[in-house]
Design a protein. Structure first.
Length: 256
């Protein structure tokens, strides 16, 4: 596996910035994001219905850049996790992580022995079809793979300290819409219950040396979240970025 730019940035105390890809499954989208300055992209399987074949293409066409090519899988199941790693994903986002046991299952499914139980297949997409020392390949993959656990339910917040303590989990990522839904306050991001949940996640990350992540929809929002202590940010997703930019341009032209 290539060196994981995002893990290196986090280790150096930097704040990686990226975006989510949920609509434009093209051969150019990863390279476009890289050219725009993104440190990573997260290709989404949870809300898109994209197959592993689609993910395979997206990841493969991103590997010509130093972009971190990550995938959000639909659920915590071994075959969903291991397959996207085998087609070349450098990291995973796992939705709805609610317990320590679930976090441990993520690590077990994503890491090779002796850390986990990921099945062994080499000379394939994830290691660029190269020959080489299998033990070194497993060590490097275990070291370079990034694992993001999404905290987006009340139960996840309740168990956040135990989740953050699991070795192998690198990032706790707040799914802000789902979290407000779970708390019974849909879309109320200034509600005290939501704000207390955010602080709980940030505190758990601080205690256990993990990075806190979140999606932001504006530069101002991103600055506020960085000041709060978030250390990895996704600037919106492709469909919304495109729609917002197009609307701004068309509105400006009509005003002229």
């Amino acid at each position: 596996m290539n060196q994981n730019r995002v893990k290196q940035m986090l280790a150096a105390g930097k704040v990686p910035l990226g975006t989510m890809i949920m609509e434009f499954n093209t051969t150019g989208i990863g390279r476009i994001a890289a050219e725009a300055g993104a440190d990573f992209v997260i290709y989404d399987q949870e809300h898109t219905g994209w197959s592993v074949e689609t993910i395979r293409m997206l990841v493969a066409t991103s590997r010509s850049t130093d972009l971190g090519a990550f995938v959000r899988v639909p659920a915590t199941q071994y075959h969903l996790i291991a397959r996207v790693l085998d087609v070349g994903a450098q990291g995973l986002m796992i939705p709805m992580v609610e317990t320590e046991e679930q976090a441990r299952l993520v690590v077990q499914s994503a890491k090779y022995p002796p850390v986990g139980r990921r099945g062994a297949g080499f000379g394939l997409a994830h290691d660029d079809y190269q020959d080489g020392d299998i033990l070194e390949k497993m060590r490097t993959a275990n070291e370079q793979g990034l694992l993001i656990a999404q905290i987006e339910t009340a139960q996840g917040v309740e168990n956040v300290d135990a989740i953050a303590a699991v070795e192998g989990i690198d990032v706790l990522w707040i799914g802000h819409f789902d979290l407000t839904n779970s708390l019974g306050i849909p879309g109320q991001f200034e509600h005290p219950d939501y704000l207390r949940s955010v602080e709980a996640v940030l505190a758990a990350c601080e205690r256990h040396g993990k990075a806190a992540g979140i999606m932001v929809h504006s530069v101002e929002s991103g600055r506020e979240h960085r000041a709060q202590g978030f250390r990895i940010l996704a600037y919106w997703g492709d469909a919304w970025v495109y729609k917002n930019a197009l609307r701004e341009g068309l509105t400006g032209l009509r005003a002229e």
